[in-house]
Design a protein around this ligand. Structure first.
Ligand code: ATP
Length: 496
């Protein structure tokens, strides 16, 4: 199936089955914002729950939930007021706005050659290898983007030479506290959750009586006024992050960095993303963020190409030093054993909850042949979510709506509902009920049939293998809990 079709099908399934809706759809929608529907909110919560357990069920990680609005000096100290900008160009003709680096990235290799030949016919007249051209194009894009812009056409209206010069655009959303809208009351919607952790470093350390090395984890909303929002949930203006900042003694940072890289990659694997759909992207030394000593992204293979889902960064002592400088407050850690005072280094693991949501959706989507009750074959759409992530854990069906089966099925539903998200369905043939559950990724379907009346067993049908087994109805709850919820024993006491 072509990749563009996968996205189209997913977006349509998300709307039809209640995973994701366009924000304020009845008003024509709002770019870069999406609403999670009844199934979407369950999937998102399960992702966050798995992350929370994975990260905070350790003796040396504490959780917090900091406010979205922070003192504006925070963002001066962090470098966001000055550096959190993207270069942007507008088309004078059709008014489309582009992020410069993305505009350049999307120029095909063929077009790049044409542009280079036009700019320097002598040098580029011969046929060059693609990688060589790509490299030349990139160097020029970084050195004199204006020359390329002048030779390019706008992807929207097709007009040539209509781009403005590149300008810096700050991605933070600004608003005001209190009734007066002046420069003294400006605050920002946080563009990352990390700063709420840094400013609370000593509060958490002393309240939780932690010693280095230890981490602070947080899940929360972040806002970025992205120039181009696209690819569904991939780049949105409002999104959620799952971040952990690990504080350690300088000199031990490289070891911790490697440990967290390995841990975070393993987390995606453990939730069913195959190795071949994940890869590392290391930031080249010249392209590191202003605070970073080393940085890797975990990338997932989306239908539109590889894209970052999580960043693991060695942030050094940059953040705490800056907060010490800007706040005038001590941010140093006192080491009881050695009686030394120093600013710890920070290893950050920063994942997007919404981007992971999209990766898990893409990863789960499958179309397969399935047998029909009449012995034929039909196509089934199945969302193969890891059971820990599945929004609905089991569906309960009475085979027919008579002979006492609905009453037994309702009783089973009531019992299970106390512990798990359950769906009850008594309409249509059982085969069709299975298909409806497959499409939303329900791992187990339980059917009450005539045998149940005799021996209190039910059939449990597995979503992926489509095989059925009989289970005593009083064992169902334990069976499902074990198979569909994140298990504490999966998180041995760990730490570094
Ligand atoms: P990108 O280069 O894609 O804009 P970034 O490098 O700015 O991402 P970070 O600042 O490292 O991203 O943010 C950490 C994580 O937050 C990313 O890996 C991603 O999962 C998520 N994230 C960042 N920006 C967005 C966004 N606009 N929409 C959804 N998720 C985002």
């Amino acid at each position: 199936m072509p990749d563009s079709q996968v996205m189209e099908k997913l977006v349509s399934l998300c709307k039809r089955r209640g995973f994701v809706f366009q924000s304020s759809e009845i008003y024509g929608g709002l770019n870069g914002a999406w609403d999670y529907g009844p199934l979407g909110v369950e999937l998102l919560k399960n992702i966050k729950e798995c992350w929370w357990r994975e990260m905070t069920f350790r003796q040396n990680i504490e959780g917090i939930d900091a406010a979205i609005l922070m003192h504006p000096r925070t963002w001066e100290a962090s470098g966001h007021v000055e550096n959190f900008t993207d270069p942007m160009v507008d088309c004078r003709q059709c008014k489309s706005r582009y992020r410069l680096d993305i505009l350049f990235e999307e120029v095909s290799a063929k077009k790049q050659k044409e542009i280079l030949r036009e700019l320097d016919p002598e040098r580029f007249k011969g046929q060059q290898r693609d990688e060589a051209v790509l490299k030349e194009f990139q160097t020029l894009a970084e050195g004199s983007p204006g020359a390329i812009l002048a030779a390019m056409s706008c992807p929207n209206c097709g007009n040539r030479g209509t781009f403005t010069e590149a300008r810096k655009f700050n991605l933070m959303f600004k608003t005001f506290v209190g009734p007066v809208e002046d420069s003294g009351s400006v605050v920002y919607l946080r563009p990352e959750t990390a700063q709420g952790i840094f400013v609370n470093f000593l509060n958490v350390q002393s309240a939780a009586r932690q010693k280095l090395p230890f981490g602070i984890a947080q899940i929360g909303k972040a806002f970025r006024n992205e120039i181009n929002t696209k690819n569904f949930l991939f780049r949105t203006r409002e999104f959620e992050q799952m971040e952990m900042q690990f504080f350690c003694r300088p000199g031990t940072d490289v070891g911790h960095f490697e440990y967290w890289r390995e841990q975070r990659f393993a987390w995606f694997l453990s939730l069913g993303i195959p190795q071949e759909n994940l890869r590392w992207h290391r930031h080249e030394p010249g392209k590191l963020a202003h605070y970073a000593k080393d940085a890797y992204d975990i990338e997932f293979k989306f239908p539109f190409g590889w894209g970052e889902i999580e960043g693991i960064h060695n942030r050094t002592d940059y953040d705490l030093s800056r907060h010490e400088e800007f706040s005038g407050k001590n941010m140093k850690y006192f080491d009881e054993a050695s009686k030394e005072k120093f600013i710890p280094y920070i290893i950050e693991t920063s994942a997007g909850a919404s981007r992971s949501f999209m990766a898990f959706l893409v990863n789960a989507y499958a179309e397969e042949e399935a047998p029909t009750a009449e012995g034929g074959k039909e196509l089934r759409v199945v969302m193969k979510f890891h059971p820990d992530l599945a929004p609905v854990k089991a569906a309960v069906f009475p085979l027919v709506n008579r002979d006492g089966m609905p009453e037994i099925a309702r009783k089973i539903e009531d019992d299970l509902r106390r512990r798990l998200r359950i769906f009850y369905d008594d309409s249509g043939a059982v085969g069709r009920r299975y298909r409806r559950q497959d499409e939303i990724g329900t791992p187990f379907c339980i059917t009450v049939d005539s045998e149940t009346l005799e021996n209190q067993t039910v059939t449990v049908r597995d979503r992926d293998s489509m095989r059925q087994e009989r289970i005593a109805s009083d064992r169902l709850c334990d069976y499902l809990l074990k198979k569909t919820t994140p298990r504490a024993e999966g998180n041995p006491v760990r730490g570094q």
